[in-house]
Write a protein that binds this ligand. Structure first.
Ligand SMILES: Cc1ncc(COP(=O)(O)O)c(C=O)c1O
Length: 347
């Protein structure tokens, strides 16, 4: 019998798949490993899903038109500038499928979201990774002249952000597509949506998973110039987003204040957790997202701290990757959840 690796293309056989954060079954652990929101989504979303469940015998709108219209109104763009995806991950994949040919360059600074590598490998791109601290765009990225450059801001796993004027300057000089990944954008002070109109080569991706508390739904938005989004629609799966997700997305944007209030709570907890960790002697990044990056070198490294927390029922994220082994990333949960984590780390 043929081995699986002989059945897939040589490109796929050679690549590594993405390693997602652990999704444990049962609710025993305090889950701080994949940057979910600890607070539930708006009740309007739950109601919209229940209502829409009666219409599941019908296909959804192929381009999620109702959500494009709603998002256009909320974010101040035309509906034709909005692309709806099954999570922002799908939008990132769509952008590479639409923009990159075999051997063309995809660039980004590291450390960052490791899915970029998997997606770039899956389209046969030449990957250019440039080490950077996440507070600026390194000049080597401009020199790379890539077909697609990912700028993750706020960045994961550090929580650092690139100032908007640096993003604008980079996009102005770039020949290729600049993807500004704002999965954590609602927790930050600024958004590249405010400069999108000036940059026809820019696309901004946003997620409902974090700020809108809808990680389990799978919904994301990409914003770009209408003609660019129109081209990307060609490589979209025909019905990529379900009726339930479209209805939920519209309701989530209808109740924008619900999201903002949860974001405010998370930000307040982030300030408190950062101060407590620093007081306990940990190096902690100033985070612009819903997680903190904690330097654990002083106490045996990220793996040791991960194990200690896990034994106490708290799940954080450890990356067994060069440059990241000294630290761990902890999502911002409720105050009570964070107190459990702090109790272990301060002990
Ligand atoms: C930087 C970054 N971009 C995109 C995503 C994907 O988000 P979504 O759930 O919308 O696919 C994540 C998820 O953790 C992320 O950290």
């Amino acid at each position: 019998m043929a081995r699986g690796s002989a059945l897939v293309s040589a490109r796929v056989a050679a690549m590594h798949g993405y390693t997602p954060g652990e999704q444990p079954v049962g609710g025993r652990l305090i889950k701080l490993n994949t940057n979910e929101n600890p607070y539930p989504c708006s009740p309007l979303v739950v109601q919209a899903i229940a209502d829409e469940a009666h219409r599941l015998q019908l296909y959804p709108s192929p381009n999620a038109d109702a959500l494009r219209v709603k998002a256009g109104a909320v974010y101040g763009v035309a509906p034709e500038q909005v692309l709806v995806g099954n999570g922002s991950d799908e939008l990132l994949a769509m952008i590479l499928r639409g923009c990159v040919l075999d051997g063309e360059a995809v660039a980004y600074s590291v450390p960052t979201y490791s899915l970029y590598r998997t997606l770039a490998d899956s389209v046969g791109a030449r990957v250019i990774e440039v080490a950077a601290d996440g507070t600026a765009i390194p000049s080597a990225l401009a020199a790379a002249r890539a077909r697609v450059t990912f700028v993750c801001t706020p960045n994961s796993p550090t929580g650092r952000a690139v100032p908007l004027d640096a993003v604008a300057a980079f996009a102005r000089d770039a020949e290729g597509v600049v993807v500004v990944d704002e999965a954590y954008g609602d927790f930050a002070a600024s958004s590249a949506l405010s400069i999108l109109a000036d940059h026809p080569n820019m696309v901004v991706t946003r997620s409902f998973s974090k700020s809108f508390s809808l990680a389990g739904l799978r919904l994301g938005l990409a914003f770009g110039h209408a003609d660019f989004i129109g081209e990307l629609l060609k490589v979209k799966d025909s019905y990529n987003v379900s009726r339930l997700a479209i209805a939920a997305g519209v309701a989530a944007l209808d109740d924008y204040a619900w999201m903002q209030s949860n974001v405010a709570r998370v930000r307040a907890t982030r300030v408190r957790v950062t101060a407590r960790l620093r007081a306990a002697g940990f190096g902690v990044e100033d985070s612009h997202a819903n997680f903190v990056w904690v330097d654990c070198a002083r106490v045996g490294g990220g793996r040791t701290v991960y194990d200690r927390l896990r034994a106490a029922g708290v799940l954080v994220r450890y990356f067994d990757t060069d440059g990241l082994r000294d630290g761990m990333r902890a999502s911002i949960g409720t105050d009570e959840q964070m107190d459990v984590m702090l109790g272990v780390l301060e002990g």
